[in-house]
Design a protein around this ligand. Structure first.
Ligand code: IVH
Length: 684
């Protein structure tokens, strides 16, 4: 599972299982070979590409630390990893975003609340609903009404060229009729395999002794990304259109109208009772319940209902976050569950000391992905679910990613199964655990606990922190146990000579590690901040902090007021930052890290944004065409920042109706003041 997915997710449980490196390497080898075959030979990947990449990286890390394990390893073979094959790469002109998910009726209602708040409107919004197809997003580019390019979504910005394969899909028009635009047009939609073709294909494969596809989505994905288009052709794939990269190309005023235009231009559009307009959210909810109950009757697999704001003129106003548009939500159906047996429950110690119970289970496929462990989050959650070793449990992948134990099958519980007793002490250092009032998480309070030190070191090197390749768990263990590293800053003082004489560390792996550490010296400041393992401070907060404090030193001297004045930095985060820099335990580490010449954090921004990159705005008064939330979001979407008070650093002051003292201050400082019209023009 990915560490550090959000600011709230501030824990990195360290796996403290006593498995020898040789055993782990053997296990990884066999997993990599198995998944490689599933992927390349059978088109039946069981795990996503990034999970596969993590297996390979872990094995590479092990082999770097213990070179004798490398002989005959799959890491030395030339077989290209998933994603690295030779379908050409293309860049999407407009990013292909994902959809936000609503996992409950409440979250669907929240979606409408957000829209209302954002638009500052109380009038009824109308929607359009469509099944969420479980296939593969593709973009079809037409020029002069002829299909010229087809691509996968990829990471949203770069995808793969699958034109040859897509040409074999009968559903997809190769030429558009008169009446369709002749100017360049990009149609988006989903390639899928219907249930009938899916069973046919699997029966055929079974008869031929081949492994079967876990679900129609994997079957479609595997079929579409074939290097040999004739294989794609033999698997009957289908297509539904659901959008345009530029909705205005449709000439329609509503999403329903856009879908009609796509239909007129010859694209298959889904026509069941699930694809229609809904006068209001209540109607959309009724459709949701209806389709969830009847999903088995549809000829293709669906995993939810996409609910979209119908009025296209609201789309640009609502805009998008970096991952998803605000005008649509994917309301997910309850996933079909899988059952398995709990083999063990272990307590893992995270980098901020959190004690996290983790269940290890007999591996099962959950929505097409093999799952063998799941977090039980904390003591309360474990008690509430009352999971015991030996229980049969129902598993789901929450939001389709993180595996979760939903409940225990009490009827199947063997008699006399003892409840799991949550330990009162840290399983690694033995210090009595502490659970603060009002908190669900018990923690090991000992910042010097070996498990915490190790977890912090691993986090320091993590991809989203300093990105030091080759510093995974095993290497971290070795560096710490040998005494070469006591605190993360020691990494920057490691010498090749010290490292290469380490037992099991080869010349090459030592040199590689030193090189990645050297590269890390000049990582961007936000990565350094994220690397510190400050509680509640993850990637996003680190980026915000790096945007305002030009160095670690400046951040270490920040006051509560300065921190709290920042947008999106709440009191909890601010306090945590102060605590961190005040704690004597961090002093030697920080002093070392700030030692001139040891590292040189750079100030480059995390990702390039729109035309207002780095500009600082202050808002004052009321705008008539948008709410303050909308104004902030639109500035941020273009790379700008909104500050709460006027200073000489401010680039623009946006003055609406009834502007107050901020406007007066701005005038005094001679700053640029925009009225609403200027501001709207700037955003456009
Ligand atoms: S998007 C543009 N509609 O879901 C207005 N996406 O989670 C909203 N997907 O990569 C329409 N069915 O591949 C839309 N009916 C549908 C969809 C759909 C499936 C996929 C799409 C995207 C993913 C995002």
């Amino acid at each position: 599972m990915d560490r550090m997915t959000s600011d709230h997710d501030d824990e990195t449980p360290s796996t403290a299982r006593p498995v020898s490196p040789a055993d782990r390497a053997l296990f990884l080898r066999s997993e990599i070979r198995r998944h490689g075959l599933l992927y390349f030979q059978d088109d039946a990947p069981e795990i996503p590409d990034d999970a596969f990449d993590r297996l390979v990286r872990e094995l590479e890390g092990l082999e770097a630390a213990f070179p004798e394990l490398a002989a005959g390893s799959p890491t030395l073979e030339v077989a290209p990893p998933p994603g690295g094959r030779s379908l050409g790469e293309i860049i999407h002109q407009t990013p292909m975003l994902s959809l936000d998910k609503a996992l409950s009726v409440q979250e669907i209602l929240d979606f409408e609340d957000r829209l209302r708040r954002f638009l500052g409107s109380t009038s009824t919004l109308s929607f359009h609903t469509m099944p969420k197809f479980d296939g593969l997003a593709v973009e079809l580019s037409y020029e002069d009404r002829a299909l010229v390019l087809a691509s996968t979504r990829g990471d949203g910005r770069r995808g793969e060229d699958i034109t040859a394969n897509v040409r074999t899909i009968g559903d997809i028009p190769k030429r558009l009729p008169q009446g369709a635009p002749a100017s360049p047009l990009q149609v988006r939609g989903e390639v899928y395999m219907d249930k009938e073709e899916f069973s046919r294909l699997n029966e055929e494969r079974e008869a031929a002794g081949q492994s079967i596809f876990a679900n129609p989505r994997n079957a479609a994905a595997g079929s579409l990304r074939q290097l040999d288009a004739s294989i794609t052709h033999r698997r009957k794939l289908k297509f539904f259109a659901y959008g345009l990269s530029r909705p205005e190309d449709s000439g329609a005023a509503t999403y329903g109208g856009l879908m009609e235009a796509l239909g007129r231009w010859g694209f298959p559009v889904e026509g069941s009772g699930a694809s229609r307009s809904a006068k209001n959210l209540q109607e959309a909810l009724a459709i949701f319940r209806d389709i969830e109950g009847g999903r088995d009757g549809l000829p293709f697999e669906v995993d939810g209902l996409v609910i979209t704001v119908d009025d296209l003129s609201l789309w640009p106003r609502l805009g998008a976050t970096s991952r998803a548009p605000r005008y649509a939500v994917a309301a997910k159906f309850k996933p079909r569950a899988a059952k398995t047996k709990v083999l063990a429950i272990e307590i893992q110690v995270g980098r901020t000391g959190a004690l996290t119970p983790v269940a290890f289970m007999e591996p099962v496929l959950v929505s097409g992905v093999r799952v063998a462990q799941a977090t039980l989050h904390n003591e309360d959650e474990l008690k509430r679910k009352d999971v015991r070793v030996g229980d049969l449990v129902r598993l789901q992948r929450a939001g389709d990613v993180i595996p979760e134990i939903v409940e225990v099958d009490l009827e199947k519980r063997p008699p006399g199964l003892p409840p799991f007793v949550f330990p009162k002490a840290c399983p690694v250092c033995g210090t009595a655990s502490v659970r603060k009032e009002g908190e669900a998480v018990a923690r090991c309070p000992n910042r010097s606990c070996p498990a915490q030190i190790e977890a912090r070191l691993i986090h320091f090197a993590h991809k989203n922190a300093l990105d030091i390749e080759g510093l995974g768990q095993k290497v971290a263990e070795m560096l710490l146990s040998s005494g070469l590293v006591r605190q993360p800053s020691d990494l920057f003082r490691l010498s090749l000579d010290r490292l290469r004489v380490m037992p099991r560390f080869g010349e090459k792996s030592a040199a590689n590690l030193i090189a990645s550490i050297d590269k890390a010296r000049r990582q961007s400041l936000w990565r350094f901040i994220n690397a510190l393992s400050i509680r509640h401070v993850g990637e996003r907060s680190s980026q915000i902090l790096a945007g305002h404090f030009a160095s670690l030193k400046a951040l270490s001297e920040a006051t509560m007021d300065q921190l709290q004045a920042l947008n999106d930095i709440g009191p909890e985060v601010a306090k945590s930052v102060l605590d961190y820099f005040q704690s004597p335990l961090n002093h030697s580490f920080l002093a070392d890290l700030m030692d001139p010449g040891l590292v040189e954090p750079s100030l480059e921004a995390p990702a390039s944004g729109g035309g207002l990159q780095g500009r600082r705005f202050v808002l004052t008064g009321t705008l008539s065409s948008m709410t303050r939330a909308e104004a902030k979001a639109r500035i941020a979407a273009k790379g700008g920042r909104v500050m709460s008070s006027v200073s000489k650093e401010t680039d623009f002051v946006v003055a609406g109706e009834a502007s107050g003292s901020k406007l007066a201050n701005a005038r005094k400082l001679g700053l640029a003041v925009l009225n609403e019209d200027d501001f709207v023009k700037m955003l456009e």
